[in-house]
Design a protein around this ligand. Structure first.
Ligand code: FES
Length: 140
């Protein structure tokens, strides 16, 4: 009897297997310790540098020093720690949804890092931003 026949014999098909696989999902980390959010942060991004010029357009974002720095649809700069508080995957910024999003299991965070409670209740760490000319300072 193969696996498929066995599952059929006990009344379980592919859908049941999928449900059982999700039972392992939880709101706490399951793949090792969480990467700590950067502390004592203070660095400056030159927005004329090719590595950072995408931040001159609303809705774009970059990663720098463990932090995701984004420009909102209103043109404001925001910054939070870049690793999801569930299992350390880098979040992305979804400007039109005004949120940070983890593509791995679907966690979402507000633009200030507050978790929506999907997969984790832990927040991303928010950092301050200050634009002076073409220099964007990110700091704790
Ligand atoms: S790693 Fe699971 S939701 Fe981000």
């Amino acid at each position: 009897m193969d696996r498929k026949e066995f599952l059929a014999s006990i009344g379980m098909g592919a859908v049941s297997v999928a449900v059982f696989n999700c039972i392992g999902c939880s709101k706490s980390p399951t793949s090792g310790p969480l990467i700590p959010a950067p502390t004592n942060v203070d660095f400056t991004l030159d927005l004329t540098s090719s590595a950072n010029t995408s931040l001159n357009t609303n809705g774009n974002y970059i990663y720098a020093n463990g932090i995701i720095v984004a420009r909102t649809t209103a043109g404001e700069y925001i910054a939070v720690s870049q690793t999801c508080r569930h299992e350390n995957t880098n979040v992305i910024y979804r400007a039109n949804n005004h949120q940070f999003y983890c593509q791995r299991h679907g966690a979402t965070y507000s633009e200030t890092g507050v978790s929506a409670g999907i997969e984790t209740n832990l927040p991303l760490t928010k950092y301050n931003t200050q634009l002076t000319g073409t220099n964007l300072r990110i700091f704790s």
